[in-house]
Design a binder for this molecule. Sequence first.
Ligand SMILES: Cc1cc2nc3c(=O)[nH]c(=O)nc-3n(C[C@H](O)[C@H](O)[C@H](O)COP(=O)(O)OP(=O)(O)OC[C@H]3O[C@@H](n4cnc5c(N)ncnc54)[C@H](O)[C@@H]3O)c2cc1C
Length: 442
Amino acid sequence: MALPSQTKYLIVGAGVHGLSTAYHLALELRARGKGGGADILVVDKTGIAAGASGIACGVIRNNYFQPAMRALMAHSVAVWERDPEAYSYHPVGYMQISPEVMHEGVASIHAQQKAIGYPSEFIEGASDCRSYMQGIFHDWRAQGITSVLHEKKGGYANNKVSMRGLARKALAEGVRIEPGIRVTGFRDSGGAIAMVETDRGVVRTEYVVVGAGPWIKSIWTMLDLPPAITVIAHGTAHHHVTMWRYMCLQEGTLGVDPSYQKTNDGRMPPVIHVDTDAPLYSDVDGSLITRELWGLYYKPDFMFNGVQGGSAPYAVEGDDVQVDPYGPASPEFVVGDEFARMWCSALAFCQKRFEGKYPLYKREPSGGLGAFTPDNFPVFDVFRQNCYVIADSNHGYKMIGVGELVAKEILGERSVILEPFRFSRYAEGKLHPVSNSPFPWS
Ligand SMILES: Cc1cc2nc3c(=O)[nH]c(=O)nc-3n(C[C@H](O)[C@H](O)[C@H](O)COP(=O)(O)OP(=O)(O)OC[C@H]3O[C@@H](n4cnc5c(N)ncnc54)[C@H](O)[C@@H]3O)c2cc1C
């Protein structure tokens, strides 16, 4: 079918944010008698779930040190819960298992979860933590742990299946989703965007939403937004700070039956995230891997067909990072043997059942790039008068609810939850607090 020459709302990207915005905007328009899905066109240079949303591990949690992130996640978890089947959502819960250096920070997360009514349990002290964990997994043996935050909500969802579920909901509302259309530029009228240029022609539009995931830097450039900015942190101005940096997420799968990771009482377990400062030794040859603070996360997953998870990402340097081909297709940004040895050793560090299982690690390309903001937190804001940019700084598969909040903002209803994520926070010095976690997204 030919690309329409005009649409009221044009959404760039069929990942979690583009699709969620399309679906919720369609619902909002219909409910307000202002139109519906037929007013919305989603274009994607490849197709549904072709980006980060289609390769995400899929972990959904509330555990964030930043109050604003927790409020956002609590809202998104509620959206996942609305239709677990369509979203392929598994509400198994989530555990943040931490060393002493993170104890105080995680205690404050628990206190604030209580205050917002988000159900979680907090266990303190090495001995109580070990007992609690062994009550779930008899073979638990991780060292250097002095607190366990057990979130009773959240869990994980299956990446591509959930995106197809979201797309089906949008299509059922009359939204049009066009794969194979690449946005190449924007044309102005009086400072606002009047037309979107694509490799298949120009589309006139009244409003643009960008959910371009790791490709945000190229769209940012098309929008003539600054490649470097001033960031005020703790009263000091830092000039020429690069707006978009990349990190490579390291993930993989151990090829065991997913049931291998069941709990003592035979249930599917919560998602496990462990950070520790205990030394990590190789389960392959006994050599020291690290004495620094390190972490891993894992969960049994029938789609990945094994126990799947990852470790901390690494920074990708340089101005010319090749985002395409993306994900497993990338020749550069997939994990190698170093990750496999570290992650399998880390699994064995946590649970005896993983000892000697490194040979079962699946030798398939996995992992991928994420684009990060100067403070590693999302930017949700309107630029050029009528272009809503959803740039989640790679936190975002779990943020299925952002599209709902954005849809309401587009229709004039400001969101208190989105307010702390405006672009102006860098110039105003209103940054989010930073945790002691070794991960850039906690
Ligand atoms: C390996 C990995 C694991 C992750 N695990 C988790 C996790 O467990 N939990 C979590 O919450 N988050 C996770 N994330 C982060 C999360 O996946 C992303 O933050 C989120 O999916 C981004 O969604 P999006 O809709 O912005 O972008 P994407 O899903 O990347 O979608 C962007 C789309 O835009 C399209 N596009 C780009 N440029 C153009 C253009 N010029 N014209 C037309 N279309 C264009 C792309 O083809 C793509 O389909 C992970 C990320 C990675 C890489």
